[in-house]
Design a protein around this ligand. Sequence first.
Ligand SMILES: O=C(O)COP(=O)(O)O
Ligand SMILES: [Mg+2]
Length: 216
Amino acid sequence: MDRIAVFDLDGTLVDSAPDLHAALDRLMAARGLPGFRRAEVVGMIGDGAKVLVERALAARGATFDPAALDSFLADYGANAAVETAPFDGISAALDTAMAAGWRLAVCTNKPVEPAITLLRALGLAGRFAAIGGGDSYPVRKPDPAHLLATLRDAGGTPAGAVMIGDHHNDMAAAAGAGVKPIFAGWGYGPRAMAGGAPIAERPRDLAALLAAIGDG
Ligand SMILES: O=C(O)COP(=O)(O)O
Ligand SMILES: [Mg+2]
């Protein structure tokens, strides 16, 4: 069977919190509002840029306006790969999966433009058959249609697919799409978000979990 491994981006492939945090703090500073601790920002990541900005403004008692999102995206888009790097072992884990016959794709709630910019800057973009961003389709994770559309664009099917992610949204999208889940234990989500999914503690654990699923 055609096998395809779909990866979440923020908190799964890349440790992007430092650059999201920096751009968010610059937005807050421009509005005379205090910035955040890293853990606060990590807790706000997972539902895309608009919800991140909404949560940040709400945390300071400010109301959301579209100009805030525009200026955040302009700043972040230009500074997405300053401190952001793949998690240790990710590049090797992707190579191992490809060598074992897995095609790769990305399904992220991050808007597709900064997602592609970031993956290109890190030299990872070429490995993915499709990159489905948070604004690529009418819906985004946890809606399974986001994952299904990404799979279709990558030329895959749910039966041959695995979704690897660090957030409840990833696990919920996988469950709804009939795709087997793997929880990224190194990411931003608390382990309770795994639900019943197998947990990969480190990227190098993916090879064995993918092999077990691929044989099953
Ligand atoms: O940008 C976000 O909030 C989440 O992005 P992710 O879906 O790649 O984790
Ligand atoms: Mg994530």
